[in-house]
Design a protein around this ligand. Sequence first.
Ligand code: APR
Ligand code: ZN
Length: 244
Amino acid sequence: MDTVAQAREIIHDASHVHFFTGAGMSADSGLDTFRDARTGLWEKVNPQDMASVEAWQRDPEPMWAWYLWRARLARRAVPHAGHEAIAKHSGKVTVTTQNIDDLHERAGSGEVAHLHGSLFAFRCSSCHTPYSREIELPESPTPRLAPPECEKCSGLIRPGVVWFGESLPQDQWEKAEEYMSAADAVVIVGTSGSVWPAAGLPTIAHRAKIPIIEVSPQRTDLSDLATVHITNKAVYSLPEILFP
Ligand code: APR
Ligand code: ZN
């Protein structure tokens, strides 16, 4: 039986399917991975310099400009047939994503845990109060933009994204652990499985003998956990193995 048929059988028998997604899931909507998103203005920049508290404290304006530009690109991107297939799949569906865009939600997925935060969540970098005012996104890449100030304490507003060295949001982590152990099938899509602690989550399902399907064009650090590996892109394979 070919891998798609095997995957369809696993999905058909599952009443709760959990999806664990990474940058490869957004790639088919034209959003580059973190490492590729540093093109043009930010080509020479070391990721640590654009995603760490030290860099923010040293000079917040280039980081603020970069995250707002990535938010603009994410807004311009459109959920693809893979996002739609997940959102429309019959039965219970939950998602844990390492991505900071909102493509899963815009496709209609309701239960989404964001391990690394979101480009569209902003909070005060001092008192952590969520910032609810509208933030205007740049129409083109800009080298520097001044972040607004918190209305409560005048601290600088920062992106609600997890930076290097920061811990993951506890509530999202617990949601992801719960999904991984409650599901009766797990589909890993578009993640290299190289960034911890997120990469450790599928082991929960593997230990519980929950069948794991992996969809990615090449093998990854998680491929050994997979019951079935489909060597293809998310946009093609997900509609093939899921049921409306
Ligand atoms: N469909 C499915 N998988 C794809 C596709 C596609 N169209 N294109 C690429 N991939 C796969 C790649 O083969 C790779 O295994 O997606 C994976 C992307 O891996 P990474 O770029 O390492 O992204 P990710 O695993 O999500 O990185 C985790 O690291 O960059 C930081 O915080 C950032 O959340 C990110 C984390
Ligand atoms: Zn504040």
